[in-house]
Design a protein around this ligand. Structure first.
Ligand code: ADP
Ligand code: ASP
Ligand code: MG
Length: 470
């Protein structure tokens, strides 16, 4: 008997009809004798809305909160009435929804009064997306006559550190708790439905594991429940040569190694959360990315082994938006031991993750890429900390209209001429490259262009390496 964790993203549960379809899929596999555990995201768009309203609440806008709450309530009520047929189950889910929405309203009003939004309270607010969606999916599965139980990440036993917004699971403790709380009912055939994305720290305070984090919840659960495979159901056929929304002829990649898939996730293939593969790599559990609309397709299988007989050095190209380039200049950095350390120390202490770095041999300049939303915090803290100390850094500048283009493939390692093909393709378009970095893994080459040129560059590289469908 196969044991599977199935994760359904927001795109797969956007409407009541979609949720019915998801429940049918779960029912089909459960009837075929599979043991199924389900992880769900928030309904499509809800997490973004929650982030926005949390920021509005900080500005003390009670009227906006009232409108938001009314719309959110309406949206979920409508979804429930389509997703679930049985009136008794419907009523039960409506009651849970009302209670949850009432709690959210109180939280937002609280933020409104205090006028402050911390990463801790932000996590609490955005956790409501999954807290509202999971009971609906649970109701739809029950509607089909299956034994099922709904859990928040915290109830299931996912315990993380207190790095709010990007929390890391304490994997051993978490496995133990999930094994105790979810394991027995899963083994006897009940379908657990667990909220993705959200967990709790050791004190029970709600945390989230980062945007797109339901994928991560799925692999954590997969390891703890010792499943045979983790299936990530989404709205495309699998991991593709590039985002099909940019290049419609993008091709599905039937097989990837953990290393290749992780590299793609880190470098912007949104199909998966960048840290999601961590837990399953250790236990060697395969992951499959599948299309909810086309369940007849096998999707992308991610395993330890790289795909055989691949000759193309490049497998995929991705664009990372919402980033900014930070340039730090200072003649005194030349030959001054520890000057880089000071720069990264300031960024690290202020919770700013550096995604890409490049420096010149002259050492008078460091360029790096960070998330665009963190730019203000990065510049102000660098200025305060470094200019004050005097000497090492003389200037901090930034460009916030850039995008990173990442070109990836395991066969790039040791293949000559890939970089020159990439860069001459871009040069022929008359587009200027602002920064370049090649990871020592040689699995990817990344470079920075103006954001307005990003789509054209992705298309040109996709064509140059003949990645499209035949
Ligand atoms: P979900 O709601 O299922 O988690 P996401 O929006 O997080 O869905 O991820 C799926 C989307 O990722 C696709 O609709 C697609 O546009 C985008 N995407 C970006 N790059 C890739 C890629 N290389 N392969 C597949 N999808 C990609
Ligand atoms: N709902 C969360 C987000 O939008 C988690 C997820 O979708 O995986 O980031
Ligand atoms: Mg996602």
């Amino acid at each position: 008997m196969k044991k599977i964790v199935m994760k359904f993203g927001g795109t797969s549960i956007g409407t009541g009809d979609n949720i019915r379809h998801v429940a049918d899929l779960v029912a089909k596999y459960a009837k075929d004798g599979y043991r199924v555990a389900v992880v769900v995201s928030a309904l499509a768009g809800v997490t973004n809305n929650l982030f926005e309203i949390a920021c509005q609440a900080k500005k003390s806008d009670q009227k906006q909160i009232d409108t938001f709450i009314a719309n959110l309530h309406q949206k979920h009520k409508k979804t429930i009435s389509t997703a679930i047929s049985n009136k008794q189950i419907q009523n039960e889910v409506v009651k849970i929804t009302e209670k949850t929405i009432f709690e959210l309203e109180k939280v937002l009003t609280g933020i409104c009064y205090i006028g402050e939004l911390t990463s801790k309270s932000s996590d609490y607010v955005v956790s409501f997306g999954e807290r509202l969606s999971a009971p609906i999916v649970w109701g739809a599965i029950r509607d089909r006559g299956f034994e099922t139980q709904v859990f928040t990440g915290k109830e299931a036993g996912i315990v993380t550190d207190s790095n709010f917004g990007e929390a890391n699971p304490l994997m051993n403790f978490t496995s133990h708790l999930i094994g105790e709380r979810v394991g027995p009912l899963f083994e006897k055939g009940t379908v657990p439905v667990v909220t993705g994305f959200i967990a709790a720290n050791q004190d029970g305070v709600v945390t989230t594991v980062g945007r797109g984090g339901s994928d991560y919840t799925a692999t954590i659960l997969g390891v703890a429940l010792h499943v045979d495979e983790v299936w990530i159901w989404t709205d495309v056929d699998g991991i593709m040569t590039t985002d099909p929304k940019i290049v419609p002829t993008a091709r599905m990649l039937p097989q990837l190694s953990y290393q290749e898939a992780a590299e793609m996730a880190i470098f912007g293939a949104k199909a998966m959360h960048p840290r999601a593969l961590g837990p399953v790599i250790k236990e060697n559990i395969p992951v499959r990315i599948r299309n909810t609309i086309h369940p007849e397709n096998q999707g992308t299988l991610i395993t330890k082994e790289p795909a055989a007989s691949e000759t193309n050095p490049v497998k995929a190209v991705a664009m990372i938006k919402d980033v900014a380039m930070l340039n730090i200049n200072g003649a005194a950095m030349v030959g001054a031991p520890g000057s880089y350390a000071k720069v990264f120390d300031v960024l690290g202490k202020n919770g700013i993750n550096v995604m890409m770095i490049s420096t010149a041999v002259s050492e008078a300049n460091i360029s790096m890429i960070i998330k665009r939303g963190l730019l203000g915090r990065a510049i102000s803290n660098l200025e305060i900390a470094l200019l004050e100390r005097g000497g090492v850094v003389s200037e901090v500048t930034a460009e916030d209209d850039v995008a990173v283009i990442a070109v990836m493939g395991a066969n790039m390692k040791g293949t000559l001429g890939v970089a020159s093909r990439i860069f001459s393709t871009v040069a022929k378009m008359g587009i200027n490259i602002r920064m370049i970095a090649q990871g020592s893994s040689e699995l990817n080459i990344s470079f920075v262009v103006k954001e307005k040129d990003g789509v054209a560059v992705v298309k040109a590289i996709h064509e140059e390496f003949k990645l499209e469908k035949n």
